[in-house]
Write a protein that binds this ligand. Structure first.
Ligand SMILES: Nc1ncnc2c1ncn2[C@@H]1O[C@H](COP(=O)(O)OP(=O)(O)O)[C@@H](O)[C@H]1O
Ligand SMILES: [Mg+2]
Length: 312
């Protein structure tokens, strides 16, 4: 296994749990989607993978490992993996890019760090990739700064940076959220082509079930930082079982739903199943005990799943 999260828990300094326990695994060639609404802990997960958790958030349980090396413990082997064999496309390119560095300098960063490559050598090696990503190699373009290019170009620049050291695994944190629909589709097609050609494994993080359904083979549905249901895309789309997964599918199909409410703040989340205050079929016991049933990559956290919702 290449990337393994085993019962990972992230929490605030005051003890409030923000994510987990969460287990998942990803190997090259895998297309795994992590789906959850805003505030469900998706970005914190990527930040934990890459060692950039915000101040006030820390890992309080579980393990993260990649290619046999613990990512949650310090060490030189770990540092040589991040950005090289395991790479990241951030949620907000403008925030992730350095306003003081040119595009060319950005592209040379990871090759310089991991391969001791000069900027010139890196750009020469990356020429086919840049062409593929429709990023000009003209000095006039590469000497621009991030704010001087379009949102779509910035996202493709982030993808070029992520691919600059030929990773085996890619984590994409809502990579298309900031883009308009046409550019979103174009970006997704590019990633899917590159995934096939390079045999990449990716973890595609999104709040949009429709995006995950197009991009992924397997899905993991998060709510309030906890996994609700996991399984193959075809099954989750045709026969979701957890009430929240059913709700997500109804929302993606713009169907009316009996359920209402919103994701509570982390400190207000209930015990037991985090979804139970909103759930139409909750039982008293759901407020105490909601075990995960099945395997981490194929199961759900509900003892009273609904019958699969009928297809429209
Ligand atoms: N630095 C922080 N300190 C405390 N809580 C945080 C911090 N960053 C994020 N959170 C909380 O963690 C939860 C998950 O955030 P995030 O991972 O950004 O969600 P998502 O990416 O799924 O929208 C949110 O409730 C958010 O308020
Ligand atoms: Mg996020």
């Amino acid at each position: 296994m290449s990337l393994i999260l085993d019962a990972l828990v992230l929490q605030r300094a005051d003890g409030v749990r923000l994510l987990g326990p969460l287990s998942l695994s990803l190997v090259p060639g895998d297309r795994l989607g992590l789906v959850g609404e805003s505030g469900s802990g998706k970005s914190l997960l990527t930040q934990a993978l890459f060692g950039v958790l915000p101040p006030g958030v820390f890992q309080s349980g579980g393990t993260i490992s990649a290619f046999g090396t613990r990512l949650d413990l310090p060490g030189p082997r770990r540092d040589s993996l991040r950005g090289a064999r395991l790479a990241w496309v951030p949620q907000d390119p403008l925030q992730a890019l350095n306003p003081l560095l040119t595009l060319g300098e950005h592209l040379a960063l990871l090759p310089g760090l991991h391969r001791k490559e000069s900027g010139r050598a890196a750009l020469a090696r990356l020429a086919p990739l840049l062409k593929r990503l429709r990023l000009s190699q003209e000095p006039a373009f590469l000497s621009r700064f991030p704010h001087q290019i379009s949102g779509g170009q910035r996202q493709r620049l982030c993808l070029a940076m992520a691919l600059s050291c030929d990773p085996e695994l890619l984590v994409l944190d809502e990579p298309t959220t900031a883009l308009d629909p046409v550019v979103q589709k174009e970006f997704m097609d590019l990633v899917l082509d590159l995934q096939r050609e390079r045999g990449l494994g990716f973890l595609w993080i999104t709040h949009d079930l429709a995006v995950a359904a197009l991009a992924c083979d397997r899905l993991l549905v998060l709510y309030g930082g906890e996994p609700m249901e996991a399984g193959p895309v075809a099954q989750l789309l045709s026969a979701p079982r957890h009430p929240y997964a059913i709700r997500l599918l109804e929302a993606a199909r713009r169907q009316p739903s009996a359920e209402s409410g919103f994701l509570p703040a982390p400190q207000d989340r209930p015990r037991g199943c985090p979804y139970q205050p909103r759930c139409a079929i909750r039982q008293l016991s759901c407020a105490n005990w909601a075990p995960w049933l099945g395997a981490p990559d194929h199961g759900l956290r509900c003892e009273r799943p609904l019958e699969p919702s009928p297809r429209p």
